[in-house]
Design a protein around this ligand. Structure first.
Ligand code: PRP
Length: 183
């Protein structure tokens, strides 16, 4: 039995660990071809993207630098304000760099649309997005996302980096949290 057996706390498994790893291999092959000869920088958005960054970076066939950003929405007390605060900035100068932002999930799209604009204003040569998960029905703004793992329904999902109250990030699959856990 897995140490993270949470079958009584979820309703459905949406994406299994095996499906994630297979998709990461596919996308890593595409990225490797698309960025051939270019100086690629991966940027992960803490904390959710830790798992996808770790596995995706290791699926790439060459060494690649990684940097990290921590942001949070603020202003209205909800995530929907679209106002983003930088809690930890990058250590890397983006000028003339080819940046690939690695995200666990696009929900409303507000975080990424702010980040894209912010990175472009720093003089990056290119800025693209890889999001493992996307909830099309939750979109508030359109985000130009070059690489997408899986489109999923607009449910409360946890696992593979995604949390509820800082729990479940180390669950290996992506699953729908049972309402009794948060209601
Ligand atoms: C999640 C996720 C994205 C963002 C997506 O992060 O990792 O960064 O929300 O939501 P949006 O499309 O509606 O902007 P969260 O703020 O929950 O922080 P975490 O990664 O530390 O869990």
């Amino acid at each position: 039995m897995r140490a993270t057996d949470i079958s009584d706390q979820i309703t459905t498994t949406l994406v299994t660990e095996e499906q994630i790893q297979e998709k990461l291999r596919e996308i890593a092959a595409q990225v490797a071809a698309d960025y051939e000869g270019k100086d690629l920088l991966l940027v992960g958005v803490l904390k959710g993207a830790v798992m996808v960054m770790a596995d995706f970076a290791r699926a790439l066939p060459y060494v690649v630098p990684m940097d990290w950003m921590a942001v949070s929405s603020y202003g209205s007390g909800t995530k929907s304000s679209g106002v983003v605060q930088i809690r930890k900035d990058l250590d890397t100068d983006l000028h003339d760099r080819h940046v690939l932002i690695v995200e666990d999930i696009i929900d409303s799209g507000l975080t990424l649309s702010w980040l894209l604009e912010n990175f472009e204003s720093r003089g990056a040569a290119s800025v693209e997005v890889f999001a493992l998960l996307r909830k099309p029905d939750a979109a508030k703004v359109h985000v130009d996302c070059r690489y997408i793992g899986f489109d999923i329904p607009n449910e409360f999902v946890i696992g593979y980096g995604l949390d509820y109250d800082e729990r479940y990030r180390n669950v290996r699959d992506v699953a729908v949290l049972a309402p009794h856990v948060y209601s």
